[in-house]
Design a binder for this molecule. Sequence first.
Ligand SMILES: C[S@@+](CC[C@H](N)C(=O)[O-])C[C@H]1O[C@@H](n2cnc3c(N)ncnc32)[C@H](O)[C@@H]1O
Length: 327
Amino acid sequence: MSRVFESPDGPPGPARVIDVLCGFMISKTLFAALEVGLFAEAGAEPATPAELADRCGIPERSARAMADLLADAGLLVPDGDGFRNAPDAEAFLTGRGPVDLRPLARYWETVSYPAWTDATRAFRTRQGVRPELDKAQTEAYESAVALVTTETATDLARAYDFGRHRRLLDVGGGYGTFARPILAAYDNLTATLIDLPEVASVVAGQAIPRLTAVGADLFDAPLPPGHDVILVANLVHLLPPDRITELFRRLRAAAAPDATLLLVDWWRTGQAPHPSARYGAGEFLVISGGDLYRVDEVTAWLAEAGWRFSRLTELPPPSGVIEAVPA
Ligand SMILES: C[S@@+](CC[C@H](N)C(=O)[O-])C[C@H]1O[C@@H](n2cnc3c(N)ncnc32)[C@H](O)[C@@H]1O
């Protein structure tokens, strides 16, 4: 074990395994670096550990330890006596680039990482282990979800013709990420968004035209009736199979006779999930016992609950929309 850097021609060494085992140290270093503003304070010009320490308000030895590890991970580039941001770190971790991934990092640090400490129990039992979220964690979670699903919401508003519908029910609608572009594209529609009270109250505060936000647990309260299109976006993957069937039954009971059910999700289509969904199955399990599901298994659960699968439309990967109608 003393020589972890094997030669390319020799027998396999343990370096790669050790890298994966210690992956959590890189994540935690990155979270800490973002919290003290290391990437925002670094830039295209090199800065020494002393300069970074001064700008971030941390001890110089900490700045050096962080910078060494983050350079090893490829996010900083050693340059002379200092470090500068790698192009992708500059683009995504500073707030100066095309997309700001810091809200996603905040979610992984404050919500996901603590829940994953109990991941073994989740893998053994297929039960979620994430504790109830406080207000700040709920905000971090919903903002991260919105960041991840915004493009798919725009894709759905373009790909599916809502022109033939009048009343949309957005089930587990989060911060209104889907309802907003759909309502903007179709002024014939009104919408009801249902989500947990702490989430729905944020949406209600935004006063989105033609949208009513209802705060309720989907499995407790009767679902609002009379909608002719029901959207369930990125919720099925959070639930274990028995809860999915129960949800489909409840939706069937509330649906108008001519309703269409739209299930937007990251479906498992091949042997392995799409690369951008590769962390999904573990994360959804840890959150609440969910998984990345195959379209054929969802089709069977729909049938059990009185729905008939009508088609799958691919959206840009890893998403797709399943359409179903009352059987
Ligand atoms: C992954 S988010 C998806 C949000 C939105 N549909 C999107 O795709 O951007 C799942 C949402 O379902 C909501 N949710 C989960 N379980 C729920 C329940 N039992 N009752 C009401 N809402 C629930 C969560 O609060 C969260 O906003």
